[in-house]
Ligand binder design. Structure first.
Ligand SMILES: NC(=O)c1ccc[n+]([C@@H]2O[C@H](COP(=O)([O-])OP(=O)(O)OC[C@H]3O[C@@H](n4cnc5c(N)ncnc54)[C@H](O)[C@@H]3O)[C@@H](O)[C@H]2O)c1
Length: 306
């Protein structure tokens, strides 16, 4: 039997799915490929929802994609959307709290308002995902006789090391890891798992969209996927990813790779994983000091077969 990943018939939402190139967008496409019935793609950037719906159809999927303007920091908007989804479909099965931004400010430039916004968009929204997403997953109906579901929060490599981002982003994402752990316990009698994945540096729209996204109002990103990908090059260079490609931890990560992990966490292939955050950085954090202590690492000598 071939290995199968199936979310057949499931209904859920992905936040931060409005960019032309990003983890949320990839998640929507892969959830559709995995058989999800309806995916609500939520964002402040509303320019690319139509293209996303078309792309899902183009892969031959019958999944219904609905683009929704949502500010994830709004409790009221979040609850209203969840009520609408459950009333419309009689079920709610997965919640990807993935929206975020990163604006790299040093301590002199970082103001209280930046701190507050980072926490409300990237941490408080995850609390809403666990609380209200959990409540929505507990609603039963003829199409869903039992409480259950999966909540997946997007953390960051910044939750594992102090030098990856500014202090507000780092704190916001570290708190996401805490919500995964405590949330999994709080929902452990509801047949709902809570997990997360923490991307390392990944080519997405984040460096292009963050300034606009931080404002908290609807916007339309004009740049194409290609422009957005090239906007990431200077950052990859700054992070040292452009040197020594023979080291696995220096590889460039793509949004699709992160989405694969997310879909795995939402599926039955990961039933025994709960309360965990998977660090998906190709080993960059494990190699934080690079060659400073080990010296150059030679490739392993192949086993002699004589
Ligand atoms: N790209 C990376 O290197 C990287 C590394 C670690 C973690 N992450 C995390 O991955 C997640 C997805 O980001 P991405 O890299 O795909 O970037 P992206 O810019 O493609 O997607 C993030 C989206 O979140 C949206 N957003 C921001 N604030 C919002 C709000 N208040 N309400 C609704 N939507 C909002 C933005 O408009 C944007 O479309 C983020 O949480 C980010 O912190 C990314």
């Amino acid at each position: 039997m071939p290995l199968e990943i199936s979310l057949k018939g499931q209904v859920g939402l992905v936040t931060g799915a409005g960019t032309p190139y990003g983890i949320g967008r990839s998640l929507v496409i892969k959830l559709a490929q995995a058989g999800a019935e309806v995916v609500y793609a939520c964002d402040l950037n509303t320019a690319h929802f139509d293209a996303l719906e078309k792309d899902v159809k183009a892969i031959g999927s019958n999944c219904i994609v609905k683009g929704v303007l949502l500010d994830v920091s709004s409790e009221e908007q979040t609850v209203a959307l969840l009520k609408k989804i459950v009333k419309t479909h009689g079920r709610f099965d997965f919640y990807f709290a993935n929206a975020g931004f990163a604006n790299y400010r040093n301590l002199n430039d970082l103001k209280g308002e930046h701190w507050d916004r980072a926490i409300s968009v990237m941490t408080t929204s995850c609390f809403y995902a666990v609380k209200y997403g959990g409540q929505a997953m507990a609603v039963t109906s003829t199409v869903k006789p039992k409480s259950g579901g999966n909540i997946i929060l997007t953390s960051s490599c910044a939750a594992f090391l102090g030098a990856y981002a500014d202090i507000a982003y780092t704190a916001a994402k570290k708190a996401v890891n805490a919500i995964v752990e405590a949330g999994s316990v709080q929902l452990s009698t509801s047949n709902i798992r809570v997990n997360g994945f923490a991307p390392g540096f990944t080519r997405t729209s984040i460096l292009t969209s963050s300034k606009k996204a931080e404002d908290g109002t609807e916007y339309k990103l004009k740049e194409t996927a290609k422009e957005i990908q090239s906007n990431h090059e200077w950052f990859f260079e700054r992070a040292g990813l452009r040197v020594k490609p023979e080291y696995y931890y220096n590889r460039l990560q793509e949004a699709d790779e992160m989405a694969d992990i997310g879909v795995f966490l939402a599926s039955d292939l990961s039933v025994s994983i709960n309360g965990q955050v998977i660090l998906a950085d190709s080993g960059f954090t494990a190699a934080a000091t690079k060659e400073a202590c080990t010296g150059p690492v030679p490739p392993i000598t192949p086993l002699e077969l004589k």
